[in-house]
Design a protein around this ligand. Structure first.
Ligand code: CA
Length: 732
């Protein structure tokens, strides 16, 4: 059936401009994530250590000008990142320092909520809370126990289709989902954990694997309630599983295929009201924990939706069902805030959920804030503009063309926001096509692929790059720097000692090209193929594809033309749009490409098979009609990745990733170019925003911050739009 879906994560074309004269040359625009489910990203790896001098100029002397025999081909040391002013390191804590589940002697609520209780409009707070609420601990709070009141003003550039997220609808992204909905587990704050890289408990307070690893038993918080006061139980979990996830007619955020292993389906069995288990066809599919976090296993209210589901209601079809939680009706949810008012394309007002099942250590029911307001606008840039103008309290800086202006404004005395930079997880790299057959049409293509498969050539390309120069030409200052490839330096799995950094050493590059037999035999300054590699002996000319959607890939392409050109390698650059790039990848008809790399190098575990050529569709070593001829180290990578995907122990996973990173960078599996950071702009009045919080790691800001713990001091609180309002429902 055809149905509208507005949830596509559109990667907006970068409208790069070179305006900002000054000394700040900004070419590009990076990612602008518009209407997509939150991204994820890796735990911050405390990137800012001291290491003030991060110049990476070192070992690039060496070679004499004679025959390039004595050139030093060893990698240089990968530097520590530069400290960025105003940024704080993440304070890593174990889970038991961040939160727990326990009963407290007594509970509190805002006075105005107590008034509603006194008027008989709500049950007393202890009856609204679970037996053992989720307790956010003071030891994990940046500014300690908070006070009630206050507003968070934000901005959404995506349409609100409705609140039936489990059937694929979008509530408007930009944090609306994170504010209103709750999941079994929560990945957003993993970056804060020192003890493990697993999701944090949320509606599920604990879980355990059977000894053989085939069963995973989950324990729900007992006695939590939906925002209308109805109990939350395994009835909701079972409904979500059977009638949303497994039902192919429902467009769940993640469907049944996410729960298939070796073509066999996982089973879910309810044990009692608060306990259920998964029975897996394989042992220890630990990644399943990441299928239960934000936006995946979307817990849907059975008492609302089951009577409207076509399987249980003949009068309904799936289109009606999807639309059965419309944007103009107060939804029944489990998150800390409930949308109570929506003016199409203008404004959404969310108020505290009086049934939210979390408290602080002093027994104060959370959230602290009374209200969240999302202004609606047509474009994500509006969020930054509204933040600059003072009407929004938060923006994610993901587009370097706005970095400078935002920073300048933040430095003014009357600015209401600060800027903080997250870990280094924004990477760009050059890939070479390693397939021996897919897209190969003639002798030259075959020779090019063989060349790419020779580590000496990949190393030569890497040595040719002056990464610092490239990074600074894109954005001056400490925001971008060189990157070797492999894991992002901001990943929790990153270990600097495993990096082989072949950087900015043109003599080494020239020596390697000479060793490969390339020589300019006809005096036109372009190296010629050795005839034993390509009989024609023609000039070495290679094609490099960049992306129209990410302007900085074109900057990298231009730099490659110059730097490789200096060595006698002619590069022809061609920008393509994302659709054309996808076709090109599928047909294998490309030689080199510049990529903006994905989340896998930041949070490798959440999509581990993308780390290397595990599947036959792997983008730069893809199978065609002939079987792939894997390089020796590629088979080693696959072995590492397959072990990693099913390794339950975090330390063991880290060791595997260390080996992965060593192999990847020593073999220059792909050529990393530069790495950057996302920035957070947030209101100065907000308390308890964790230090060094990334805007994008496993998830985006709203999931990373734990919004229920954010508070504002009484003197700084601004007026609420709907003071005294709680969500109310028609009782039928
Ligand atoms: Ca030549």
């Amino acid at each position: 059936m055809s149905r509208k879906r507005t949830t596509a994560r559109s990667t907006q074309a970068g409208t790069t401009n070179t305006f900002l004269t000054l000394s700040l040359l900004i070419v590009l625009s990076m990612i602008i994530n518009a209407c997509g489910p939150g991204g994820d990203e890796p735990a911050a790896s405390d990137t800012q250590e001291e290491a003030a001098a991060a110049a990476e100029s070192t070992d690039s002397e060496s070679g004499g000008e004679e025959a390039a025999m004595e050139v030093d081909l060893s990698p240089s040391i990968y530097p520590e990142p530069q400290l960025i002013m105003g940024s704080r390191a993440v304070q890593k804590l174990s889970l038991d320092q961040i939160l727990t589940y326990k009963a407290l002697d007594s509970y509190n609520e805002p006075d105005w909520v107590s008034d509603l209780v006194a008027d008989g409009l709500l049950p007393p707070v202890e009856e609204r809370l679970p037996v053992e609420p989720r307790v956010v601990l003071e030891s994990g709070m940046a500014d300690g126990i908070g006070v009630y009141g206050g507003v968070w003003r934000d901005f959404s550039a995506c349409p609100t289709e409705g609140f039936n997220r489990g059937a694929g609808q979008s509530a408007g992204w930009f944090g609306i989902e994170a504010a209103a909905f709750a999941s079994l587990l929560k990945s957003g704050p993993i970056y804060r954990r020192s003890d493990s890289l697993e999701p944090l408990p949320y509606l599920a307070k604990s879980w355990e694997w059977s000894e053989d690893g085939f069963e995973l038993t989950m324990h729900l918080l007992e006695g939590a309630k939906w925002s209308d006061g109805h109990p939350f139980t395994t009835e909701d979990v079972l409904f979500t599983w059977e009638d949303m996830i497994v039902d192919k007619n429902v467009q769940s955020p993640k469907g049944a295929s996410a729960w298939m292993f070796n073509d066999e389906m996982t089973q879910l069995e309810v044990i009692d009201d608060f306990t259920f288990k998964f029975v897996f066809p394989v042992a220890f599919p630990v990644q399943a924990l990441f299928q239960m976090d934000e936006s995946d296993f979307h817990i849907s209210p059975a008492h609302i939706l089951k009577p409207l589901h076509p399987k249980h209601n003949d009068a309904m079809d799936y289109v009606d069902f999807e639309a059965s939680m419309p944007p103009n009706k107060v939804p029944v949810v489990l998150g800390p805030f409930v949308p109570v008012e929506y003016i199409t394309d203008e404004l959404m007002i969310l108020r505290r959920n009086p049934y939210f099942w979390g408290v602080d250590e002093a027994g104060n029911q959370l959230p602290y804030l009374d209200e969240v307001v999302f202004e609606k606008g047509p474009s994500g840039v509006g969020r930054t503009l509204s933040t600059l103008a003072g009407s929004a309290d938060h923006s994610n800086l993901e587009n370097p063309s706005t970095f400078v202006e935002t920073l300048k404004r933040a430095e003014e005395d009357d600015a209401h926001f600060y800027v903080e930079w997250g870990p280094e997880v924004l990477g760009f790299s050059i890939k070479m096509n390693l397939s021996t057959s897919l897209g190969v049409k003639d002798d030259r293509d075959a020779a090019v692929r063989e060349l790419f498969r020779d580590v000496r050539f990949r190393k030569a390309v890497s040595f040719a790059l002056d990464r610092e120069g490239i990074a600074q030409s894109i954005l001056r200052g400490p925001f971008l720097r060189g990157w070797a490839g492999g894991l992002f330096p901001g990943s929790s799995y990153f270990d600097r000692d495993t990096v082989a950094y072949f950087n900015n050493n043109p003599e080494a590059a020239a020596a390697l090209l000479a060793e490969l037999g390339f020589e300019d035999t006809d005096g036109d300054s372009i190296l010629n193929w050795p005839t034993e590699r390509l009989a024609s002996g023609e000039n070495l000319v290679l094609a490099l594809v960049t992306s129209e959607d990410a302007e900085e890939t074109q900057t990298v392409g231009d730099a490659a033309v110059t730097l490789l050109g200096d060595l006698g390698v002619q590069i022809n650059v061609r920008p393509l749009n994302s659709a054309a790039r996808r076709e090109m990848t599928e047909a294998g008809e490309w030689e080199m490409k510049v990529d903006r790399d994905g989340q896998v190098y930041a949070v490798p575990f959440t999509r581990c098979t993308d780390l290397g050529p595990v599947t036959k569709e792997y983008h730069f070593h893809r199978e065609g009609s002939e079987p792939r001829e894997l390089l020796d180290f590629e088979q080693d990578l696959i072995d590492i990745i397959e072990a990693f995907c099913v390794e339950p122990d975090t330390d063991a996973r880290k060791e595997l990733m260390a080996e992965y990173n060593r192999l990847t960078t020593e073999n220059v599996y792909f050529v990393g170019v530069f790495i950057g950071r996302y920035g957070l702009a947030a209101a100065k009045r907000f308390k308890n925003v964790p230090a060094g919080m990334p805007v994008f790691m496993y998830q985006w800001t709203w999931d990373n911050v734990m919004s229920e713990q954010v508070w504002v001091g009484p003197a700084e609180q601004i007026d609420q739009l709907r003071p005294g309002v709680i969500p109310t429902y028609d009782s039928e």
